[in-house]
Every structure is written in structure tokens, then in C-alpha cells.
Ligand binder design. Sequence first.
Ligand code: 5GP
Ligand code: ZN
Length: 111
Amino acid sequence: MENCIFCKIVAGVIPSPRLYEDDKMIVIRDIEPKAKLHYLCIPKTHFALLSEMDAERAEIVKHCFSVIPTLEKTLGLEEGYRVIINQGENGGQTVHHLHIHLLGGEKLADF
Ligand code: 5GP
Ligand code: ZN
């Protein structure tokens, strides 16, 4: 998608070191970390909302959630972490390309 910052990162137009990459997703560090460790798991396919799910997108999201646990040690998240997907205006979504936040590296505040 034109003008989508995460599509540009996926395409390499905006450089961002990849901590993990496969054919369906990348993992990068969040540019404004909200915890000691803050990663973004970004599907390579552009869609904004869970409500736009179809079978193909569901496979991609399933893949992301299958891979994330295998990266816990590499990412320093063995002691636990928080998974967040912000959705829409009320959810505070600022980048309209679905992504999964992984926050950890410290004891996170209750919310
Ligand atoms: P959202 O608010 O949409 O759930 O999350 C978007 C996240 O993307 C924010 O935490 C923001 O800091 C991060 N972000 C925005 N632009 C960039 C960028 O160019 N590079 C990286 N690594 N993260 C970004
Ligand atoms: Zn996009």
C-alpha cells in the first residue's frame, strides 16, 4: 500500500533492522519503545484491522502467533511479555497495517 509506513519497512524502502524475517512476517524494534524491550511483529501483507480477516489473513496471523513463542529467547522475552494489537481509533492504532506489539524486558505495570 502506498503511504503505509509498515509496507515501506517490509519492502525495505525505509530501512529497519529485522530481528526475524520469513515469507509472511518481520520482527523489528519499535522506534518509540514503551517498555525496556518493545518489538513489532508485522505481517508482510497489508491489512489494517482484525475485522478485515479472511482465510488467507487468518493463516498469516496464525503463523505470527506460532512463530512468536519460538523467538522468546532470541528477543530476551523468556521472563514473560505482553502482546498487544491496537485496533482503530479507540484502541489507539496509529499505523493502519495490522501489527502485534511485544513488550517485555521488565515487569510491566498492570493495566
Ligand atoms: P500502533 O499505535 O498503531 O498500535 O503502533 C504503531 C507503532 O509503530 C508505535 O508504537 C510506533 O512507535 C511504531 N512506529 C511508527 N513508525 C515507526 C517506524 O518508522 N519504525 C519503527 N520501528 N516503529 C515505528
Ligand atoms: Zn501496509
